[in-house]
Design a protein around this ligand. Structure first.
Ligand code: HEC
Length: 149
């Protein structure tokens, strides 16, 4: 009886260490995950350029200026944005890139065919992609400065 009691204590002691250690690791990784998700960083120059070019193409299309050319240019830029974000394992970013690229291709094809409703539908998908990513991954620092988060 006495032996089994002390044996029990020993087992309990031995079990407690890993449990506490696991909790510690869990807490530590949670802290790391939280600080990671709040850390923002400067966008590399190429990212800023893609965004600027996407923004100006979008502005031109809204005004009805060279719609086919601008939509095709957006479709050509998106794979670069996709590749950049693929390294960051964000489902939101991946989906938003796919939407923007597909929408731009759709809009370019519709513009070529003279299908105004098709252009509108394509650009709606493009815009949904831009917005979804910006909502989650773009941090406004000032009226002129944005970062990646
Ligand atoms: C996968 C994420 C992602 C997608 C998709 C995306 N953006 Fe961005 N965009 C960002 C981030 C992050 C920033 C801030 C960093 C920077 O400026 O590079 C930004 C910044 C910008 C900026 C400069 C800052 C501002 O808002 O004035 C413009 C313009 C812009 N994006 C336009 C677009 C347009 C138009 C689209 C869709 C065709 C688009 N973006 C799609 C992530 C994205």
């Amino acid at each position: 009886m006495k032996t089994s009691c002390s044996g029990g204590t020993q087992i309990k002691f031995a079990r407690n260490i890993p449990v506490k250690f696991t909790r510690f690791l869990l807490a530590a990784s949670l802290v790391a995950a939280i600080s990671l998700s709040f850390a923002s960083e400067d966008a590399p120059p190429e990212h800023k350029k893609w965004m600027k070019d996407l923004g100006s193409a979008m502005g031109q299309i809204r005004k009805g200026v060279e719609v086919e050319k601008n939509a095709a240019q957006m479709a050509a830029i998106m794979p670069e944005v996709t590749a950049f974000w693929a390294k960051r394992t964000s489902d939101v970013a991946a989906k938003s890139c796919t939407d923007s690229e597909n929408g731009a291709k759709q809009a370019a094809a519709a513009a070529k065919a003279g299908d105004a409703a098709g252009v509108t539908a394509g650009m709606k998908l493009v815009g949904a992609g831009c917005k979804a990513c910006h909502d989650v991954h773009r941090e406004k620092i000032s009226d002129t400065e944005y970062k990646i988060k």
